[in-house]
Design a protein. Structure first.
Length: 185
């Protein structure tokens, strides 16, 4: 029986994972600038305590949290693809592969997909209004925020796509374990 990670690179399911693989790579590439900007902001803030006139700009501080937001939003579907999300259920690791497949199948189908679709539905008008108004941060030297808000529905679309892939993978595991059970009987 194939585990979820083993089937992810083959066939149609593998092709459906390409957007999340790309998003994961983009998120990874943004980590270095995020670290550099965050470090620079921290150094400038520290120097500003000792020297007048040295401080991080609002734009630099906002850029730091914009990059963090993008990394976080793009990383959600990729983390699900890699099965790297945190599990709270202490029983999950103790149950059979088939039962885990049922948990993941039902959780994705009944919780993750509806939630992701709802977030897409709710966020699109919010993003459209932000673009229409040309929304900019209210802070002095603030950055535009419409492009950042655009990542919210994109992130939930990626998450929903990966949830669909997960549903299909788990269904394949459930079906194949049923066939093995039938053949063993």
């Amino acid at each position: 029986m194939a585990l979820p990670d083993e089937t992810s690179r083959s066939g149609r399911l593998g092709r459906l994972e390409i957007p999340n693989r790309i998003a994961g790579k983009i998120a990874t590439l943004l980590l270095l600038p995020l670290i550099v900007i965050g470090s620079l902001n921290a150094v400038l803030r520290s120097l500003g305590k000792h020297f007048d006139g040295i401080r991080a700009s609002n734009a630099m501080l906002e850029l730091q949290w914009h990059l963090y937001s993008i990394v976080f939003l793009l990383g959600g579907g990729y983390v699900l693809l890699r099965n790297g999300h945190v599990r709270v259920d202490v029983l999950y690791e103790r149950i059979s592969v088939r039962k885990r497949a049922w948990v993941d199948f039902l959780g994705s189908l009944l919780l993750l997909l509806p939630f992701s679709c709802s977030m897409i539905w709710v966020s699109i008008p919010w993003v459209a209004e932000s673009w229409r108004r040309g929304e900019v941060s209210s802070d002095a030297n603030g950055l535009p925020v419409a492009y950042l808000k655009t990542f919210v529905p994109v992130a939930f679309l990626l998450l929903a796509l990966q949830a669909l892939v997960m549903v299909a993978k788990q269904w394949n595991i459930i079906r194949s374990s049923q066939k093995e059970t039938q053949h063993a009987a």
